[in-house]
Design a protein around this ligand. Structure first.
Ligand code: KIV
Length: 273
């Protein structure tokens, strides 16, 4: 690979307001995780809109059994790597476990991520996190919220399970979604929630929802890079599809994913709860 990725950009950069414009236009947002410059550089030409440096890196890159050990230094390092490969997609950095435990700590970590090249940060939960979101947004840090299955809650939840199935849990999720929007979030990841509930929330919110295991009626879809490439270990979650098998190459896999999301062919009925 001897081309300079800095000369390879062909699309206008995707911005935070641009995400809302995609929702308004009814154009699904295509999102993937990435952890290094090489894969990130292949995402722009495939038309990926948003790239997340997820704390999933703890599991898929570091080989740990949860996301809890991931540090601010880890996310800052991988964000800087990805930023060197990306020129058009919006780069989002995940706030690792306890880096968002209070507003001041969160601002310190988020500032590092923006200085490493991110255009937005993502954080899990509602409740007291609404104050954290407000604090960041008031200080010019765009925030993507994350509800449903929040992997940093794995100890309380006792595992990685679909959320919002019972009526009371579904109602709490609807209220939390409105609350994070009201706190200033610019987007919302919905992970592992029943498709009908995700559709309702997506219709009710002004900000875009980005689903993972949340059905085709979200305003966009995200997958973990390793899952999309068929590298998942152990039992494959229902929402995962191996796009490398379909696309035949890494670039083909990214393109096939982008096309399937934009045509609302992915996720199919077999991928939803
Ligand atoms: O960490 C991550 O990769 C995520 C996605 C699953 C949305 O949060």
């Amino acid at each position: 690979m001897y081309t300079d990725p800095r000369t390879a950009a062909a699309r206008d950069p995707v911005t935070v307001p641009g995400l809302r414009a995609l929702k308004a236009a009814g154009t699904p947002i295509v999102a993937l995780t990435a952890y290094d410059a090489g894969f990130a550089a292949a995402m722009d030409p495939a038309g990926i809109d948003l790239v997340l440096v997820g704390d999933s890196l703890g599991m898929v890159v570091q080989g740990r059994s949860s996301t809890l050990p991931v540090t601010v230094d880890d996310i800052a390092y991988h964000t800087a790597c990805v930023a060197r490969g990306l020129h058009a997609a919006l780069l989002v950095a995940d706030m690792p476990f306890q880096s968002d435990a209070d507003p001041a700590t969160a601002l310190h970590a988020a500032t590092r991520f923006l200085q490493a090249g991110a255009g937005m940060v993502k954080l899990e939960g509602a409740g007291f996190k609404r104050e954290v979101i407000r604090h960041l947004v008031d200080r010019e840090v765009p925030v993507c919220a994350h509800l449903g299955l929040t992997p940093q809650s794995v100890l309380r939840l006792g595992g990685y399970r679909v959320q919002g199935k019972a009526a009371a849990a579904a109602q709490r999720l609807r209220e939390d979604a409105l609350a994070v929007q009201e706190a200033g979030a610019s987007a919302l990841v919905l992970e592992c929630v029943p498709a009908a509930l995700a559709a309702e929330i997506s219709a009710e919110l002004a900000i875009p929802t980005i689903g993972i295991g949340a059905g085709v009626d979200c305003d966009g879809q995200i997958l973990v890079l390793h899952d999309l490439l068929g590298l998942g270990q152990g039992r494959r979650p229902r929402f995962v599809k191996d796009f490398l098998a379909e696309g035949g190459s890494v670039h083909g896999a990214f393109t096939a994913f982008a096309e399937a999301v934009r045509a609302r062919r992915f996720p199919g009925p077999e991928h939803v709860y």
